[in-house]
Design a binder for this molecule. Structure first.
Ligand SMILES: [Zn+2]
Ligand SMILES: [Zn+2]
Length: 293
């Protein structure tokens, strides 16, 4: 079984629903039969991610994320980074430094190192222009990204996208998203995930942050049993997320299986009540969605 739990479902600067980061858990038997998953993948950890993890660890079924009342960071063995905005990476320094200092193996004098996964261009920029400032030195020496993480750098080929797997059964392929354009499409790296259960052939689409680009995603969204798509609720010229009325242009059968996330704090003020009928609804934070049985 593969499950997805949003740590939060909020837009970048939302205050009510934390950042849109997700915990994907892979189970041989399932959460009713196991205390913790056999493998997992955290999709991004934003500035509000540690606060969200701190809340999630107290929820029934997530006790493995708790150790002595604190976040059990070493339980998070793999992290995928979609892109470099702070609502997706702002919690990494806390995770890495806590793993290095608080969860160090006292005999080996080595910190715990999870795996970090993204495209090579995201990982290079992540270190050089985001993380290096706070993490470039640890007590007694300089440090590099590989001092904190085992690095899985994915190459993007025009014909074939590289991916990775959980439990050798659930395949994750990354695809570029049209989130921010400096001069042209795809020139600022940003990725979504297309997840396949290789046993059943079923798939799930996870947009990451993107502008409205249904033509680019339609083949994946048509094939997927469920789609998770970011959304922006307020109008704006030249937005970097899909406006709700842009997503309304998608075919009815696509909307019916699409769950909207990354939404603003105004989602429940009335004007967006139609979402529950027209789409599969707004994503609910800190609740397990079963992706594949
Ligand atoms: Zn975002
Ligand atoms: Zn973003």
């Amino acid at each position: 079984m593969l499950t997805l739990t949003f740590l939060g479902v909020g837009a970048a600067f939302a205050k009510r629903n934390h950042n849109s980061n997700a915990l994907i858990e892979a189970w041989r038997k399932g959460p009713d039969h196991q205390e913790q998953p056999d493998d997992l993948l955290l999709v991004d950890l934003g500035a509000l991610g540690p606060r969200a993890l701190d809340e999630l660890k107290d929820k029934p079924g997530f006790g493995y994320l708790d150790v002595g009342g604190r976040i059990n960071y070493p339980a998070i063995r793999r992290i995928f980074i979609s892109h470099q905005h702070a609502d997706h990476i702002g919690g990494l320094e806390e995770l890495a430094l806590t793993n290095t200092y608080a969860f160090a193996d006292p005999e080996a004098r080595k910190g715990f190192k999870p795996q970090i996964i993204s495209s090579i261009n995201v990982l290079v920029n992540l270190w050089d222009t985001s993380l290096k400032g706070g993490m470039g030195a640890i007590q007694g020496r300089h440090a590099l990204l590989q001092d904190y993480f085992f690095i899985l750098a994915l190459k993007l080929d025009k014909r074939k996208h590289e991916g990775f797997s959980l439990l050798k059964r659930y395949r994750f392929d990354i695809f570029p998203t049209d989130h921010i354009q400096v001069e042209r499409k795809y020139d600022w790296p940003s990725y979504g995930l297309y997840i396949t259960d290789t046993r059943s052939g079923e798939t799930v689409f996870f947009s990451g942050d993107t502008r409205y680009d249904y033509p680019a995603y339609s083949r994946m969204m048509e094939a997927a049993k469920v789609c998770f798509h970011d959304v922006q609720l307020f109008d704006q010229p030249d937005p970097v997320h899909p406006l709700i009325h842009e997503l309304q242009n998608m075919p009815a059968e696509i909307k019916a299986k699409t769950i909207l996330y990354h939404y603003g704090d105004e989602w429940d003020t009335g004007p967006f009540d139609f979402v529950d009928g027209e789409f599969k609804g707004f994503a609910v934070p800190q609740q397990r969605y079963v992706l594949f049985e």
